[in-house]
Design a protein around this ligand. Structure first.
Ligand code: BT5
Length: 264
C-alpha cells in the first residue's frame, strides 16, 4: 500500500476547523511531538498531523506505540479549548467516543477500555494519548493523538509488535475487511470535531453517558494495576473527574485515578 493521500482525506471532511490545516508526513518521530511543536509555534485549533509511520510513537508513561508504515493510522489534533487542565481526561473520552463511532462505521465491533484503549473483541486495536501545555490552571493547548491498527494482518502483527502482538489486533483481523485509510481518517476527524463541539457546549454529562454506553468494562469484575498496587472490583462507570469507579466486595466504591485495567 502506498503513502496516505492528503487530498483523499480533505475532500471527505465536513468539518469547520478540524483538518482545515493538515500536515501529512510519510514518517515522523511522533505525530504528537510534531503537533506539540506546531502548537507551540501558534498553529490553529483543529490542526491535524498524520503520518504513515512513526519512529518514536509514544504511549502513556514513557511507553512506546509501535508504528509500522503502510497499514495503520497515526494522527494528532491540536486543540485550544478554554478548559481547566484537570478536565484533560475528558478530551481522551471525547476521542474514544469518536474513535468508537468511526470503528463502527468501518464495520468493526469495538468497545472502549478505561482510560484510553479501543478494543476489538478482547484485544487492543487503538490507543489515545492526550498531552497538554498548561498555563496557570488552564490548558494553553492540548494535543490528542490516536494510533489505530487498521490493515495489519496476523502475520504483520506478529512480525511488527513482538511480545505485544498477543494482546493486539487490527480492524482487518477483527472484521475481515480491509479499511480505506483515507476514508477512515476523514471519518475520524469528522467525528472528533462533532464530539468535541458537543462536549464544549453540553459539558461532561452527555460525554459520561455516551462513553459508559460504549465501555466494555461496566458491570464486569476487573483488576487495576498501578505500579505494585492491585485493586479489584466491579467497574461501575466514571465520575466527573474522569476517574474509574470500582465497587469492592465490601460494597464501598473506590475511585481509580490511573492504572491498567484487565477483566478478570
Ligand atoms: C496508548 O498508550 O495506548 C496511547 C497510544 C497513542 C499512540 C498515538 S499514535 C499518534 C500519536 N503520536 C504518538 O506518538 N502517540 C499517539 P498506553 O495505554 O500507554 O499503551 C501503550 C502500550 O500499548 C504499549 O506498552 C504496548 O503494550 C501496547 N502497544 C504498543 N504499540 C501497539 C500497537 N501498535 N497496537 C497495539 N498495542 C500496542
Amino acid at each position: 500500500m502506498s503513502l496516505l493521500d492528503r487530498r483523499a482525506i480533505s475532500e471527505r471532511l465536513d468539518t469547520e476547523s478540524f483538518g482545515r490545516t493538515m500536515y501529512v508526513f510519510s514518517e515522523v518521530g511522533s505525530t504528537n511531538e510534531a503537533a506539540n511543536e506546531l502548537a507551540s509555534n501558534g498553529a490553529p485549533h483543529g490542526t491535524v498531523v498524520i503520518a504513515d509511520s512513526q519512529t518514536r510513537g509514544r504511549g502513556r508513561m514513557g511507553r512506546k506505540w509501535l508504528s509500522p508504515p503502510g497499514c495503520n493510522l497515526y494522527i494528532s489534533v491540536i486543540l485550544r479549548p478554554a478548559l481547566p487542565a484537570r478536565d484533560a481526561p475528558f478530551i481522551t473520552f471525547v476521542a474514544s467516543i469518536a474513535l468508537h463511532e468511526a470503528a463502527t462505521g468501518a464495520g468493526v465491533k469495538a468497545s472502549i477500555k478505561w482510560p484510553n484503549d479501543l478494543l476489538a473483541g478482547v484485544k487492543k486495536a487503538a490507543g489515545v494519548l492526550t498531552e497538554m501545555e498548561v498555563e496557570g490552571e488552564k490548558a494553553k493547548y492540548m494535543v490528542v493523538g490516536i494510533g489505530v491498527n487498521l490493515n495489519m494482518t496476523d502475520k504483520m502483527l506478529a512480525a511488527e509488535l513482538g511480545e505485544v502482538a498477543s494482546e493486539a489486533t487490527s480492524f482487518l483481523v477483527a472484521s475481515g475487511r480491509e479499511v480505506d485509510r483515507e476514508a477512515f481518517a476523514a471519518s475520524l476527524i469528522n467525528q472528533l470535531e462533532k464530539r468535541y463541539t458537543e462536549f464544549m457546549s453540553a459539558g461532561k454529562g452527555p460525554i459520561i453517558q455516551q462513553w459508559t454506553k460504549r465501555c466494555g468494562l461496566i458491570g464486569r469484575q476487573v483488576e487495576v494495576c498501578e505500579g505494585d498496587s492491585v485493586t479489584r472490583g466491579v467497574a461501575e462507570g466514571i465520575n466527573e473527574a474522569g476517574h474509574l469507579l470500582l465497587r469492592k466486595t465490601g460494597g464501598e466504591v473506590e475511585e481509580i485515578v490511573t492504572g491498567d485495567v484487565a477483566i478478570v
